[in-house]
Design a protein around this ligand. Structure first.
Ligand code: MLT
Length: 210
């Protein structure tokens, strides 16, 4: 069934019904963020795919042509592929597809919010670390309807570095505005950091999910 090498760990806490969908950054794999996911949502099931696009030897979730320049057709295709993978995994492993929390870093955060915009059923909540806008104006115009926002029941924590050399601050603001314009409840949280993950933002994300 699977388009992805992945791991699934069944949850150990019967009171935690959520499953955390983990998407790594460029060059990571299905194991990279699992320890962080375990601390974000203790006892939850974990579904962690490895990005199935290679940039040289580095796994990613969609093709890029240059830093911050994305292959739009591949991006749309891969977002659909991820959404399908989550739905199929819910059937295979028996978790509730309506209670999926996406957790992604950098390229993994980017595929998660893109998939949510195009396929809102993919998750209910997102924790995004160092994300940036991905879809071109024409792809957005073709898929979004300002009059009927698609993300009305979604919660999103967008955790960004205030001195990130890869994601300038205006792109963080642009992404927060885009997701809010579709009705999501977005919290934009600034870290005194660059592109790397900090311990304090993981603690804040755990509190946000609690
Ligand atoms: C991306 O390609 O998704 C972003 O540039 C983040 C990265 O992977 O460096």
């Amino acid at each position: 069934m699977s388009d992805y090498i992945h791991i699934f760990h069944r949850g150990t806490d019967p009171n935690e019904e959520r499953t955390i969908l983990v998407c790594h950054g460029t060059g990571g794999d299905e194991h990279s963020l699992v320890p962080f996911a375990e601390s974000l949502l203790p006892g939850a099931s974990i579904l962690s795919p490895r990005g199935n696009v290679l940039e040289g030897a580095l796994p990613r979730f969609f093709r890029r042509l240059a830093e911050g320049v994305f292959d739009q057709d591949d991006l749309v295709f891969r977002a659909g592929q991820l959404a399908r993978f989550v739905a199929e995994s819910a059937d295979t492993y028996g978790f509730d597809a309506a209670k999926v929390v996406g957790f992604g870093y950098s390229n993994g955060a980017n595929i998660l919010h893109t998939a949510l915009l195009l396929h809102p059923d993919v998750s209910a909540e997102l924790v995004l670390l160092r994300a940036m806008p991905t879809l071109s104006a024409s792809k957005l115009a073709g898929s979004l309807d300002e009059a009927h926002p698609r993300l009305a029941s979604k919660r999103i924590l967008l955790s960004q570095g205030d001195s990130d050399p890869i994601v300038p601050n205006e792109l963080s603001n642009e992404l927060a505005t885009l997701l809010s314009s579709q009705g999501a409840q977005v919290q934009l949280s600034w870290q005194h950091s660059g592109h790397a993950i900090t311990r304090s933002e993981l603690e804040a994300a755990r509190d946000w999910l609690a």
